[in-house]
Ligand binder design. Structure first.
Ligand code: FE2
Ligand code: FE2
Length: 153
């Protein structure tokens, strides 16, 4: 005889997992977008006052790639299919505007990873939440680099 409590709990946990996979695929699309923006911005950023940040943006690009690889691995581990969809990259000819676009993107990314960590912990996916915490530390560094370049700190 089936135990309805157990069946409910399993149903809830598999729908939580699907919600996490959906969220992680959004995160992955956002990482692809970040890679594109940093590759382009780091090579086109103009102005002596932005000399240091251009090198930092190159580093951001490679860190975003590492995040994409890790998020895709986590999606596969959870039984999902990593997306091939990229969120539309944004661009501006104006250096300051470009940095502001990146800053807004990093802040959105951090908000989303915070939510994903909460979802992972609610579902007992602790290895996932640990991996996301490592990523969020780097996103916060990216946010700080951009704020410094914009003179916001
Ligand atoms: Fe990232
Ligand atoms: Fe980032």
């Amino acid at each position: 005889m089936s135990n309805p409590d157990v069946a409910d709990a399993e149903g809830a946990s598999s729908s939580n997992k699907e919600e996490i996979i959906r969220g992680l695929n959004e995160d992955l699309s956002r990482e692809y977008k970040a890679i594109i923006q940093y590759v382009v911005f780091s090579s086109t950023l103009k102005g002596a006052e932005y000399g240091d940040i251009a090198d930092q943006l190159k580093l951001h690009a490679s860190e975003e790639l590492a995040h994409a690889l890790e998020v895709a691995r986590q999606i596969d581990y959870l039984g999902g299919d990593p997306t091939v969809t990229v969120k539309d990259a944004e661009y501006s000819q104006d250096s300051k505007k470009m940095l502001e676009i990146d800053l807004k993107q990093e802040q959105e990314t951090i908000r989303n990873y915070r939510e994903r960590i909460r979802q992972a912990e609610r579902s007992g996916e602790y290895a996932l939440s640990e991996a996301l915490r490592d990523i969020i530390v780097q996103e916060q560094d990216h946010e700080i680099d951009l704020k410094d370049a914009l003179g916001l700190r």
